[in-house]
Ligand binder design. Structure first.
Ligand code: ARG
Length: 465
């Protein structure tokens, strides 16, 4: 029987049930729905609407239901429209008439928003923790590789040599912003909508602030209409997931490129690479490619939800049921992507010879030659011109640049030393730049950032219990 059976002359059409249901995807909210229902029941008890025996019977039944769900023993029936109706039906089976009081002063509108917020709080903490794990691996690899350098690229053309540690940390800082964003999103997410009712609160003496505290929310809604309408938290978390996807895609693209024979900078560990069903020689970077590919899906989930939300009038509309699948899927995808990417990065082999050979190409120190002249009073534009002309002559005449630099009156032997292998990264000094000393200092700052982040994640975990 549906929850609204008495209002209707006939039962629901099977076509309606098939289209209307969300049970096929919202079962994951089971534990959080039981948790929120428990708090609601205690609130009804405090309001004198339920006796202490009734409170005990209902919270006991909710614990039983939770256990059944967790052990996969819960038996669903055809009329269960969603996880919320299924749980209420089962509680009523277990407690009889008392179960009929469970939904007092509550609507599925505040109920679903509450369960979804609780669920999202837990997942945001897990996601941020997984990101911290990848950051940690990137930092460890950065420490390991010492002063090994490779070319840095702009327009995918060799630009200047950069320490590999600098490149790895570039990805790690982007992930640090993702963690920061998740912690920030968590703050706005951590607001209880329970007590908003269908849209207007209740005539009963319920105390939404007390239920919010009971559930460990750090705040309670201010406006019941807003509370049941608001899916900003889903949109925000989906944005976080989409941007994480973009960052992982960029890292993935780098691994795809650098592990190709043409670059040969990275070699994938066999356990984190795939082979080909036909071509026996192949070793494929599937994880890196999926890291790139999943970004499209994550961006789609964000834009899909925003399109759903746009144009909705206030309060609950059934369209809002469409918030769940994108959110659940985004979290699930990152839940499998991050361990795989973390493992891939932890086991990646760095091909020092290929990187060094490319990084030591004399042309990559061209700007250092120009800056050497600037330090001697030459305007940068003129210095740029002098070096540019030498580079052109070097390429046209296939004469090594270093020879032309030595012979150039405005440059000479001292400037030529800037073209020596490893000189560029050793010479660079600016904070945050790709000089060895600066990268060492950056690594220290990153390590201390990770420590702060770990403490913040600990607090987030406690707030998402
Ligand atoms: N399954 C619904 C959802 O996910 C629950 C809320 C239903 N509320 C209602 N008034 N029909 O959004």
């Amino acid at each position: 029987m549906t929850l609204w059976a008495h209002r209707m002359g006939s039962g629901p059409a099977p076509e309606l049930m098939a289209f209307n249901e969300s049970l096929s995807f919202d079962r994951v909210l089971g534990p959080e729905d039981c948790e929120a229902s428990g708090a609601h029941v205690r609130g009804l008890g405090r309001a004198g609407i339920l006796t202490q025996q009734e409170v005990a019977a209902l919270t006991g039944a909710l614990a039983t239901v939770r256990g059944e769900l967790e052990r996969d023993r819960f038996v669903f029936v055809a009329s269960d429209e969603d996880i919320h109706t299924a749980i209420e039906r089962r509680v009523t089976e277990l407690t009889g008439d008392i179960g009929a009081k469970l939904h007092t002063g509550r609507s599925r509108n505040d109920q679903v928003a509450t369960a979804l917020r609780l669920w999202t709080k837990h997942r945001v903490h897990e996601l941020a923790t997984a990101l911290a794990g990848l950051q940690d691996v990137l930092a460890t690899r950065a420490e390991e590789v010492g002063e090994l350098a490779l070319p840095g690229y702009t327009h995918l053309q060799r630009a200047q040599p950069v320490p590999l540690a600098h490149q790895l940390l570039a990805h790690a800082w982007a992930l640090a912003r993702d963690v920061d964003r998740l912690i920030d999103a968590h703050r706005r997410l951590d607001v209880s909508p329970l007590g908003a009712g269908a849209l207007a609160g209740s005539t009963l003496a319920l105390d939404p602030v007390a239920t919010a505290e009971d559930l460990g929310f750090s705040a309670c809604f201010e406006n019941s209409l807003d509370a049941v309408s608001d899916r900003d938290f889903v949109a925000e978390v989906l944005f976080c997931c989409a941007l994480i996807g973009v960052h992982l895609s960029r890292l993935g693209e780098e691994v795809v490129l650098y592990s190709s024979e043409e670059f040969g900078y990275y070699r994938l560990d066999d356990a984190f690479a795939t082979g080909s069903s036909m071509l026996p020689q192949k070793k494929n970077p599937d994880i890196a490619e999926l890291a790139r590919g999943k970004a499209g899906r994550l961006i789609g989930h964000l834009t899909g939800l925003l399109a759903t939300l746009k144009g909705l009038p206030l309060a609950y509309n059934k369209d809002l049921q469409e918030d769940k699948e994108p959110l659940f899927d985004a979290i699930a995808q990152l839940g499998v992507a991050l361990p795989a990417i973390t493992g891939m990065m932890a086991t990646l082999r760095f091909e020092a010879e290929a990187m060094t050979r490319a990084a030591d190409s004399q042309l990559l120190a061209a700007v250092d030659l120009a800056e050497w002249q600037v330090a001697r009073g030459v305007p940068f534009r003129s210095a740029h011109g002098v070096v540019g002309a030498l580079v052109r002559r070097s390429l046209e005449s296939t004469t090594p640049l270093v020879e032309l630099v030595r012979a150039e009156p405005s440059l000479g032997e001292e400037a030529a030393r800037l073209l020596a292998p490893g000189a560029a990264a050793a010479q660079r000094r600016t904070r945050g730049g790709a000089g060895h000393e600066a990268v060492g200092a950056q690594l220290e700052r990153f390590r201390s950032h990770l420590e702060t982040e770990r403490a913040r994640l600990g607090a987030l975990g406690a707030a998402s219990r």
